[in-house]
Design a protein around this ligand. Structure first.
Ligand code: PGA
Length: 252
């Protein structure tokens, strides 16, 4: 069915030396883990070192952002082919912090999704409503809009690797987690929208992760919901022991 994914988003934390120190502790803790896919999204300066360090482990490494073009006069940008060439396997697209602070729009999300698939990078596309939108009863409208915009023009066959992350903005870094019921409800909306656009078959195989204040204490109850196929973890992924506990969520 859908293999669960536990992903750590390190945001703008950890130098290469700090990333290496994390992996020294973390990798032995997950070396025999096969139930879930394990992903880490370090910052760009830690990518090459992390990719080398995880080589004989079940962990895969992705980037937090990229441009959608192959190359060009775009100072400060990194292209999908550059990331693929160093062994990045995944790419985070449309994180609310990228939308808020780095000019990410529904349109660039759509372009990056297509570019990721072209270069064999597995896209993790983030969607989620703000507190204002939730209070105004617009959660469903926002989620459907963001998913539809991301998937515009996408062929269902080509979309096979797609991963979506539901990240309610009000739950990110706030310590306030969506309840399992709130998250399940949102995931079901997202899966229905994927079905409307890409067909039921693709909707059933697409993994939808929950992100927003996931911790060792709440991972298991979230993961028990039928449409929650994994977690995208920020703060609690920075400590190797805490992240390893989330990876082994059933035992929490
Ligand atoms: P958080 O971040 O776990 O610290 O809330 C999640 C994310 O932004 O991906």
């Amino acid at each position: 069915m859908r293999k669960p994914i536990i992903a750590g988003n390190w945001k703008m934390y950890k130098t290469p030396a700090e990333s290496a120190a994390f992996l020294d502790v973390f990798l032995p803790l997950v070396k025999d883990h096969t139930r879930d896919e394990i992903l880490l999204f370090p910052s760009i300066t830690s990518l090459a070192g992390a990719i080398k360090a995880v080589r004989h482990s079940p962990v895969r490494v992705g980037a937090q952002t990229m441009h959608w073009l192959d190359e060009g006069a775009y100072t400060g940008q990194t292209s999908p082919s550059m990331l693929a060439s160093i062994g990045c396997t995944h790419i985070l697209i449309g994180h609310s912090e990228s939308r808020q602070y780095a000019g990410e729009t529904d349109e660039t999300v759509n372009w990056k999704l297509s570019a990721a698939l072209t270069h064999g990078l597995v896209p993790v596309v983030c969607v989620g409503e703000s507190l204002d939108k939730r209070k105004a009863n617009l959660t469903e409208a926002v989620l459907r809009w963001q998913v539809a915009a991301a998937l515009t023009g996408l062929d269902p066959e080509r979309a096979a690797p797609l991963i979506i992350a539901y990240e309610p903005i009000w739950a990110i870094g706030t310590g306030v987690t969506a309840s399992p019921e709130q998250a399940q409800h949102a995931h079901a909306i997202i899966r229905r929208e994927i079905a409307d656009i890409l067909g039921l078959g693709r909707a059933q195989t697409t993994r939808i992760l929950y992100g927003g204040s996931v911790k060792p204490e709440n991972a298991a109850t979230l993961m028990a919901e039928p449409d929650i196929d994994g977690a995208l973890v920020g703060g609690a992924s920075l400590d190797p022991k805490s992240f390893a506990k989330i990876v082994s969520y059933a035992a929490c």
